[in-house]
Design a protein around this ligand. Sequence first.
Ligand SMILES: [Zn+2]
Ligand SMILES: [Zn+2]
Length: 95
Amino acid sequence: MREWRRHHPMTEEERFRDRARSYAGVYKRRGHLIQEPCRVCGSEDSQMHHPDYHQPLYVIWLCAWCHRKLHEGIDDAEYQERIKKLREIVDKIKD
Ligand SMILES: [Zn+2]
Ligand SMILES: [Zn+2]
Protein backbone atom coordinates (compact mmCIF):
# COMPACT_ATOMS: atom_id res chain seq x y z
CA MET A 1 0.00 0.00 0.00
CA ARG A 2 2.76 2.42 0.95
CA GLU A 3 4.59 1.52 -2.24
CA TRP A 4 1.42 2.06 -4.26
CA ARG A 5 0.85 5.44 -2.58
CA ARG A 6 4.31 6.60 -3.46
CA HIS A 7 3.56 6.10 -7.13
CA HIS A 8 -0.04 7.30 -6.83
CA PRO A 9 -0.01 10.28 -4.50
CA MET A 10 -3.41 11.40 -3.27
CA THR A 11 -4.82 14.46 -4.95
CA GLU A 12 -5.61 17.48 -2.80
CA GLU A 13 -9.29 16.61 -3.07
CA GLU A 14 -8.73 13.02 -1.94
CA ARG A 15 -6.71 14.20 1.03
CA PHE A 16 -9.53 16.53 2.08
CA ARG A 17 -12.05 13.75 1.72
CA ASP A 18 -9.93 11.35 3.71
CA ARG A 19 -9.43 13.85 6.50
CA ALA A 20 -13.11 14.81 6.60
CA ARG A 21 -14.13 11.18 6.95
CA SER A 22 -11.75 10.46 9.79
CA TYR A 23 -12.68 13.67 11.65
CA ALA A 24 -16.34 12.82 11.38
CA GLY A 25 -15.66 9.23 12.45
CA VAL A 26 -13.93 10.39 15.64
CA TYR A 27 -16.73 12.84 16.42
CA LYS A 28 -19.33 10.16 15.89
CA ARG A 29 -17.55 7.76 18.26
CA ARG A 30 -17.38 10.49 20.91
CA GLY A 31 -21.10 11.09 20.53
CA HIS A 32 -20.81 14.58 19.02
CA LEU A 33 -22.30 13.47 15.75
CA ILE A 34 -25.58 11.67 16.11
CA GLN A 35 -26.60 9.23 13.42
CA GLU A 36 -29.87 10.19 11.77
CA PRO A 37 -32.12 8.31 9.38
CA CYS A 38 -31.57 8.78 5.64
CA ARG A 39 -32.66 12.29 4.65
CA VAL A 40 -34.12 11.03 1.41
CA CYS A 41 -35.98 7.80 2.25
CA GLY A 42 -35.88 7.59 6.05
CA SER A 43 -33.91 4.34 6.26
CA GLU A 44 -32.24 3.82 9.66
CA ASP A 45 -29.24 2.24 7.99
CA SER A 46 -27.57 5.53 7.13
CA GLN A 47 -24.07 6.69 6.45
CA MET A 48 -22.38 10.08 6.29
CA HIS A 49 -22.27 12.16 3.16
CA HIS A 50 -20.04 15.22 3.09
CA PRO A 51 -21.48 17.95 0.85
CA ASP A 52 -18.36 19.98 1.55
CA TYR A 53 -15.17 18.21 2.51
CA HIS A 54 -13.75 21.46 3.78
CA GLN A 55 -16.32 21.26 6.58
CA PRO A 56 -15.71 17.79 7.99
CA LEU A 57 -18.41 18.05 10.65
CA TYR A 58 -21.08 19.13 8.22
CA VAL A 59 -22.64 15.80 7.27
CA ILE A 60 -25.86 14.66 5.69
CA TRP A 61 -27.09 11.20 6.61
CA LEU A 62 -28.02 8.99 3.69
CA CYS A 63 -28.54 5.25 3.31
CA ALA A 64 -26.08 3.43 1.09
CA TRP A 65 -28.52 3.32 -1.80
CA CYS A 66 -29.49 7.00 -1.76
CA HIS A 67 -25.88 7.93 -1.17
CA ARG A 68 -24.75 6.02 -4.23
CA LYS A 69 -27.57 7.52 -6.26
CA LEU A 70 -26.59 11.01 -5.19
CA HIS A 71 -23.05 10.48 -6.43
CA GLU A 72 -23.90 8.44 -9.52
CA GLY A 73 -26.78 10.47 -10.80
CA ILE A 74 -30.42 9.70 -10.94
CA ASP A 75 -32.47 7.53 -13.22
CA ASP A 76 -36.06 7.53 -11.98
CA ALA A 77 -38.59 10.32 -11.60
CA GLU A 78 -39.65 9.69 -8.00
CA TYR A 79 -36.09 9.61 -6.83
CA GLN A 80 -35.29 12.71 -8.81
CA GLU A 81 -38.06 14.53 -6.93
CA ARG A 82 -36.69 13.41 -3.55
CA ILE A 83 -33.13 14.28 -4.38
CA LYS A 84 -34.21 17.74 -5.51
CA LYS A 85 -35.64 18.31 -2.05
CA LEU A 86 -32.45 16.98 -0.52
CA ARG A 87 -30.35 19.40 -2.53
CA GLU A 88 -32.58 22.23 -1.35
CA ILE A 89 -32.06 21.16 2.26
CA VAL A 90 -28.31 20.95 1.70
CA ASP A 91 -28.22 24.40 0.11
CA LYS A 92 -30.24 25.91 2.94
CA ILE A 93 -27.95 24.52 5.63
CA LYS A 94 -24.97 25.90 3.74
CA ASP A 95 -26.22 29.48 3.85
ZN1 LIG B 1 -32.17 6.44 1.59
ZN1 LIG C 1 -21.20 11.31 -0.33
